[in-house]
Design a protein around this ligand. Structure first.
Ligand code: F0G
Length: 435
């Protein structure tokens, strides 16, 4: 079945600087403000003239599309295309990204005391992380502009996603990775999907710096989250959460923070639903960092969000091992406008939270588990109350970083032992104390 694909309103957009507020119709390949070099965001001037009816119609259009087999309707990004930049159908690169489950936690609800505790599992995207929603959007823009090469610097997940979507689009991908600092599952994905994988002797922040220079002199389209179109794809997670909660706004949504685009995108999604009248209030959006990679925490505590405090990052949650986050201003705006908190959590707190999630059948990568660890701190600080609804955004699949799990869980494996049933049974009885 196909649904009507006519746009309910024009999705013509402009780009606006998040710092000086100047609007520009186009961006150069660095996606920076022409005037002050800060990041840009996508805004839709025509929405100001939309009426309340528009919001209500959108809910219906989006619901109808769920039964459609049209690739754009089957996508958890493009299904919401009225709130995205317009891209001609033939340029859309999609693999039914988004569409991820919202799962109730039971055991973690008991241990945290928060009875309505859910996870939005973005690790169940096509390449195993939330990046796919943003890459689907931004690579479609690249294809519409006729680029042959796309590129990114990455702690691993962006590179996996860029490589896969480039392969789908028949484009070539270049990924710069910090040597020996990327989880093996992610590295293997980039290789398998056919990217040019370049490992640099630096960290993520160093890779991004080099990439800026490369893009100035090499005709590749930048797919890092400096690219504001990435955030347009990623903001759709807010739309999905609202549909899945039957449009009842949760009190809190908690995300891990690295380069700080994801928290920013989530906030943008909720803010747009709010300004279009689809929701009556905003959830508080909180961002959790690893204690060894906590520039946003320090920026808020030491500089009241006015000036970035860069850190030299170190954490085993390699996805968020970032000390100089590009989207810090956007993240500060989201914290301030939604009344969220920023927290950092130790390596042990992340590991414990990850095991706790795993023990109730919900796998994720270490960076994602920082959300549960952060929630515990926010509950202790009485910022999150037991009768509130909390959504944790799990950003990556557990199989991305198998080494992390094996390093801590290998002692729980028994054997090698004799390959006979009697030995197996006596071992099981011993474990369960039946003899
Ligand atoms: N969780 C996971 C699993 C990630 O891969 C990332 C970022 C984050 C959280 C943080 O999101 O940067 O938007 O604040 N990974 C990037 C990458 C940097 O290259 O894959 P953020």
């Amino acid at each position: 079945m196909k649904t009507n694909t006519t746009q309910a309103i024009s999705t013509d957009h402009i780009l606006r600087c998040v710092h000086c507020g100047i609007a520009q119709a186009t961006a150069d390949r660095m996606f920076r403000c022409h005037k002050c070099s800060e990041l840009l965001e996508v805004v839709y001037p025509e929405w100001e003239h939309s009426d309340r009816e528009f919001g209500l119609r959108l809910r219906e259009i989006w619901r109808e599309r769920r039964g459609s087999t049209l690739p754009e309707d089957a996508s958890g990004v493009w299904r919401f295309r009225e709130l995205l930049p317009h891209v001609e159908s033939q340029h859309v690169v999609t693999m039914a990204e988004g569409n991820t489950p919202l799962i109730h936690l039971t055991s973690a609800a008991r241990t945290t005391g928060v009875t309505r505790l859910l996870v939005k599992h973005q690790g169940l995207n096509p390449t195993g992380s939330f990046k796919d929603t943003g890459i689907s959007m931004a690579i479609s823009m690249a294809r519409a502009e006729g680029f042959e090469f796309v590129c990114c610097a990455s702690t691993g997940n962006t590179s996996a996603s860029v490589a896969a979507y480039a392969a789908r689009a028949g484009m070539k991908s270049i990924v710069l990775l910090p040597a020996a600092q990327v989880a093996s599952g992610k590295l293997a994905q980039a290789i398998e999907y056919g990217a040019h994988v370049l490992q640099l002797n630096t960290d993520f922040d160093g890779c991004l710096k080099v990439l800026h220079e490369v893009v100035r002199n090499f005709p590749a389209y930048l797919l890092n989250s400096l690219n504001p179109y990435r955030l347009e794809g990623q903001k759709t997670v807010a739309f999905e959460i609202m549909e899945q909660l039957d449009w009842r706004v949760p009190d809190h949504v908690i995300v891990p923070g690295g380069n700080l685009a994801n928290g920013s995108a989530l906030g943008k999604g909720f803010q747009e639903l709010h300004s279009l009248g689809l929701i009556a209030k905003l959830p508080r959006i909180s961002i959790i960092q690893a204690a060894g990679a906590n520039p946003l925490v320090r920026t808020m505590r030491e500089k009241a969000g006015k000036e970035l405090v860069r850190v030299s990052a170190e954490t085993r949650a390699t996805a968020i091992r970032i000390g100089n986050p590009a989207s810090w201003r956007k993240a500060v705006n989201v914290l301030e406008s939604t009344g969220g908190q920023v927290e950092d959590v130790t390596e042990n707190e992340i590991a414990d939270a990850k095991s706790e999630l795993g023990a109730e059948g919900v796998g994720c990568e270490p960076a994602s588990a920082a959300t549960l660890a952060g929630l515990k701190k926010l509950v202790r600080a009485n910022f999150v109350k037991s009768d509130e609804t909390v959504v944790l955004v799990l950003t990556g699949h557990m199989l991305k970083d198998v080494d992390y799990m094996l390093a801590s869980g290998v002692k729980r494996v028994i054997g090698p032992m004799a390959a006979d049933a009697a030995t197996v049974i006596s071992t099981l009885e011993r474990i369960h104390g039946q003899r």
